[in-house]
Every structure is written in structure tokens, then in C-alpha cells.
Design a protein around this ligand. Sequence first.
Ligand SMILES: O=c1[nH]cnc2c1ncn2[C@H]1C[C@H](O)[C@@H](CO)O1
Ligand SMILES: [Zn+2]
Length: 348
Amino acid sequence: MNNIRANDLLARLPKVDLHLHLDGSVKPETILDLARRQGIELPVYDKDGLIPHMRVGEECGSLIEYLSKFDFTTRFLQSAEALERVAYEVVEQSAEHNCRYVEVRFAPQLHRNNGLTVEETIRHVVEGVKRGQRDFGVRVGVIAICMRNHSCESNLEVIEAAAKYVGKGIVAVDLAGDEASYPPECFREVFAESGRLGIPVTIHAGEAAGAMNVYEAVTNLGAVRIGHGVRLKESRSILEMVKDRRIPLEMCPISNIQTKAVSGWEAYPIREYLEQGLVVTINTDNPSVSGTNITNEYRVLADRFGFTTPELVKLIMNGVDAAFMEDHDKLSLRREMEEEMSSLGVLN
Ligand SMILES: O=c1[nH]cnc2c1ncn2[C@H]1C[C@H](O)[C@@H](CO)O1
Ligand SMILES: [Zn+2]
């Protein structure tokens, strides 16, 4: 297959994205408009000029450097209107890449500078994605994020509010932020509460710290999925545990290279993980910070690792299996996607 046709096929394949941060998915043109409406000064007033403020470059050396890009964007996401709008637009952008299901995650406590409550932030994000779901025909779930640098109290507040929205938009809770400085043990109390309330848990782990964080996330924080897990390869026994429990990894290739979770593509363990029988899914993490989209993630994997179309289809369907979705909805999503793949001629 020549490249143009291959790229076209990747764009047209139905896909899912399980790891997508709201505040890492804001379009520069939306920032221009939000700044004007909110009367906030910008360093530049053209969308190309904003890109360096929002996106990491080649030189990104660590997760901490990567995370610094979020400070710029979250300033504009402090009102009901802004949250609803970016939530809607994230669904629109996913639809442009033929995503059939997305899980949009955000940290309520980062959007309260102008007085919104945790529950209000959740309500507005859920409203935005639901409107997107109706207009663009993409199924959507929302994940509420606790932050590693926030207090137990403020993270517990997120869990309690999220619980009220389970079945009404919220599908899980997560833990994100600077992994290296805050070991996951600090969060046992917080995720014990999500366990009591019966909310599914995914945890960013094994990205900027070692495999022990994955172990802690699974055994003590109740994680049933792991965000990234790139450094899981550092421990054979922990890798075996993740494999035996069939815990899906939400890998985000471009982001993982940029945050230096691994030294480079040659060390990226995706083939290794698949050969070892781990459940790998492919996701974007932060399209506007990483300068990526879901089609691009698959294209890079095809180019760098020689993944064939059946292998890419398998990765996509792993994402469907790993979705935080009711069984009957998952079944109908799987059927729809299989039909669409059949009509594209990529299923036997
Ligand atoms: O890849 C990541 N690792 C850890 N934290 C992250 C990553 N991407 C985004 N975040 C943080 C920064 C955002 O402000 C926050 C909520 O989306 O989550
Ligand atoms: Zn993430």
C-alpha cells in the first residue's frame, strides 16, 4: 500500500481514545476567542503564535516540563461556558478522526479559580460532551482526575462529586500530575473511597517513575487500567501481574516520547508488551500539547514499528474491550466498529 492510501485508511478506520485530557485538547483558535470574551491578555494574537505557548517542542526533557504547558491553557478554563465549550469541541475533534468512543478526562480542582464548585465543573463538562455526543455521533465518557500535588481532602472532594455522576456521564476516576515527586502510597485513603463508592479507577503510573508505581496502583489503589505503564518493563514480576490480571495499558506514544518516559523510539516497549501478552491500547493523551491526533498515533506506530493493518485493528479493538462502558453498550459499539471495518475491507 502506498503512503497516501495507508494514511487515508488510518484516518477512516473507526477508532477509540481512552486517554484524552480536556485541558490538553484546546484549539489555539478557541484560546483566542476565550481570551477576547474573558478580557484576558495574550502574549500574541494569532493562532500560530500561540502554538509555542501550548505545545511542547523537540527539546521537551521531562514530564515536569511537559506539564508546565498546562498552566497557560487552564487560565481560560475557569467558567461554565468555557468548560462546556472545550468539552464539546474535544468531541468534535475526535469525530474528525473517526473516533467512535472517547473518554475525556479532566481535573475539577484546576477549574475553580472563579468560584465553580467541583460538582459544577463536572456538570458543565458532562453537558458539553453530551451535546458533542448528540451532534457528532461519538459515544463519550468522562473521567474525573485527582492530582498528585493536591491534598487528600481536595482529592476526596473529587471522588465524592464524581460518585454522584456515575451513570450520568462519569465513568471512572484517575490520578495524574508529577509522578516522580509524589509516590502513589499517599493516595491510598483517596482511592479507598472510590473503592467504597464503586467507581472504576485508572491511574497514571510507570510514566515518570518505575514499575513499583504500577504495582501500587493495581494492588493498593484499585486501578483496573493503567495510564501509560511505559516503565512497567523494568520489572518482570510486576509485568506478569499486570498481564495475569489483564489490566489494559493506556499507552500514548507521542506523549511518552516527549516526556522521556523512555529514551527514544528504539526503547519504546510496545512490540515487546504485545509479544508478552499485555493488553495495549493506543491513545493521544494531549493533542494540543503533544501536537498529535489519534490518526497520527497509529501512523507513527505503523511507520516506526511496521505494524500491519490487522495489528492496528487489534490495538483498536483492545481499546473497545478496555472501555469503561456497560457491557451491552460495549457490545453494540464493537458491532458497529466491526461493521465499519468490514466495509473498509480490513476484517477477514
Ligand atoms: O501524561 C501525563 N502525565 C501526568 N499528568 C498529566 C499528563 N497529561 C496531563 N497531565 C495532567 C496535567 C493536566 O493539567 C491534568 C489534568 O488534565 O493532568
Ligand atoms: Zn495523561
